[in-house]
Design a protein around this ligand. Structure first.
Ligand SMILES: Nc1ncnc2c1ncn2[C@@H]1O[C@H](COP(=O)(O)OP(=O)(O)O)[C@@H](O)[C@H]1O
Ligand SMILES: [Mg+2]
Length: 509
């Protein structure tokens, strides 16, 4: 260190401190490099200054070609005076550039600038690693002094911190942009999977469910979904959620049957720290679903006490944690599912009528698979495609006799059982066509358990459609007690359209 007269030293230090403050508020790397160069030029009273940063992956130095330019200059990190400084960390002060063998003239050639003299110092980060070189070119009066060496070294150490911060922020920004993009992509996937399209079924029973879900998409009413186990209740609940304005808020599923009575309350409402020894506070499912949807699966299995507590939250929209003193407001939409007959439970006194009416604002009934056998080929092929996609397997198909057997099996476990069976068949079959030999010997025999179950005949499509239309029109008229206007609405037809079809099928009005 050379010794400066005290007032002058103070002046320099104050200038460097002021520059350092400016640098630390610049988060953009390109603008920061310009700022550092500008400040060095005025501090050292020279023509140019630039920072060369070390790219360790490519073992190159790079810098901006000129102030304000986005053009980048790159060269081998072992070249030139900047290279030597970046390698050794030594200060290099050159009085006559072109007579120094280390000087790398190619840069002047490239930029069209003529270097007379230069000063280079290493740029070290706080860990002491060299991250680049700092060069000042062409002192206005004379050559660079020892004082300039000290100033540039001090400036370089402040610059290093600001540069690393800006690089880190740039990287974080790029990562977060990438994450945001991935996130948006995943949301589109989830939405398209459950945007009712996840519910497969071409016939009227399933289509009715799909239309109902679409009809209530803008509301936040509570929905009760009933049906046997494996009929798609949870699938329907997700479709309701992902079609609603709450789609991007949480969907929290809770199986009420799987929880012992003693844990239910803390699971639902959360628990305050220290209620019992060693208990940490925990957020309950109601709070996790805040702003979104809470799916209460197997709600028919809740005890009367638990029912009372849930009802209170639904009525007052606030909850209290176990052992807590404060009330926490919550905004939760409830979707509930059960395979029990809740009206019978009400009669028995095991389900609260008031809770029933609160959750059953809309009722969705998922039919058992044996009642919608016409959907089996579609479902089976859908699951087979899903298997091939998930396992990156080439396409497979069912032999017709296998489909016929699937259609005629009793399926007590409904769609879930069908899905499992298809996955098993696909995994076990070594051929592209799944044949009868792949069928499980234990698979229930056709017609067994449901002797009068209708099977799907192979007939002309036109005839099958006509039959289906005739049945649906008959059913709609029955449901509306012969009101053609209402029946047409149910079927999604105009009244005239309905009358035309009734004439075609000779249905009495
Ligand atoms: N209509 C359907 N279309 C496509 N997949 C279905 C359908 N119904 C049920 N599934 C599938 O069957 C399985 C069981 O459905 P799930 O919703 O869990 O039934 P539940 O809740 O009534 O027991 C899931 O893999 C689900 O995706
Ligand atoms: Mg379920």
């Amino acid at each position: 260190m050379n010794v400066l007269p005290q007032p002058e030293l103070n002046e320099r230090l104050a200038a460097i401190l002021a520059i350092s403050q400016k640098m630390n508020s610049e988060r953009d790397l390109s603008a920061l490099l310009d700022l550092i160069a500008r400040e060095a030029i005025s501090l050292l009273d020279c023509e140019r200054a630039s920072i060369f940063l070390l790219d360790r992956d490519r073992n190159e130095l790079w810098s901006k070609v000129a102030l304000g330019s986005e053009e980048i200059l790159r060269f081998d990190a072992r070249r030139g005076i900047a290279g030597e400084t970046a390698l050794t960390g030594n200060i290099v002060n050159v009085r006559d550039a072109y007579s120094d063998p280390r000087f790398y003239t190619a840069i002047d050639d490239q930029t069209g600038y003529r270097t007379r003299n230069l000063l280079a110092v290493g740029v070290r980060n706080q860990q002491g690693e060299i991250i680049g070189a700092f060069e000042a070119l062409n002192k206005h009066a004379g050559v660079f002094t020892a004082r300039d060496e000290d100033s540039l070294t001090a400036l370089a150490s402040h610059a290093a911190i600001a540069i690393e911060t800006a690089q880190l922020i740039g990287e974080l920004r790029r990562n977060s942009d990438e994450l945001a993009q991935q996130n948006a992509h995943l949301w589109r996937e989830v939405e398209s999977r459950y945007a009712t399209h996840g519910i497969i079924g071409a016939g009227p029973r399933i289509q009715q469910v799909v239309r109902l879900i679409e009809r209530i998409r803008d509301s936040a009413v509570n929905v009760l979904i009933t049906g046997e186990s494996g009929t798609g209740k949870e699938l329907a609940a997700k479709a309701v959620h992902y079609n609603s304005p709450r789609a991007r808020k949480p969907f929290v599923a809770l199986n009420c049957a799987a929880l012992p009575e003693t844990l239910l309350e803390s699971e639902l409402f959360g628990i305050e720290k220290g209620v019992a020894t060693g208990v940490n506070s925990r957020v309950g499912q109601f709070q996790k679903a805040d702003g979104g949807t809470l799916f209460l699966d197997e709600i028919g299995d809740l005890s009367l006490t638990a029912q009372a507590k849930i009802l209170r939250v639904l009525q007052e929209r606030i909850l209290e944690r176990v052992g807590g003193r404060t009330s926490i407001p919550v905004d939760v939409r409830i979707l509930a599912a059960t395979n029990k007959d809740l009206e019978a439970e009400i009669v028995k006194g095991t389900f609260r009528e008031d809770l029933y009416y609160r959750i059953k604002v809309i009722h969705i009934y998922m039919p058992p698979l044996r009642e919608i056998r016409e959907e089996i080929p579609l479902l089976a092929n859908h699951f087979l495609k899903e298997y091939c996609k998930e396992t990156a397997h080439s396409t497979m198909e069912f032999a017709p006799e296998v489909l016929r057997k699937l259609v005629n099996s009793p399926w007590p476990g409904n769609v879930r059982q069908l899905r499992n069976e298809v996955m098993r068949l696909a995994a076990c079959s070594s051929q592209a066509v799944i044949g009868e030999e792949d069928l499980w010997e234990g698979m229930p025999a056709p017609g067994h358990d449901t002797p009068q179950a209708p099977s799907v005949k192979v007939q002309s499509l036109k005839k099958a459609v006509a039959e289906m239309e005739r049945t649906m029109i008959g059913e709609a008229l029955r449901q509306t007690k012969g009101n053609q206007q209402q029946a047409a609405k149910l079927l999604g037809l105009s009244r005239q359209g309905l009358i035309n079809k009734m004439k075609r099928y000779a249905i009495a009005g």
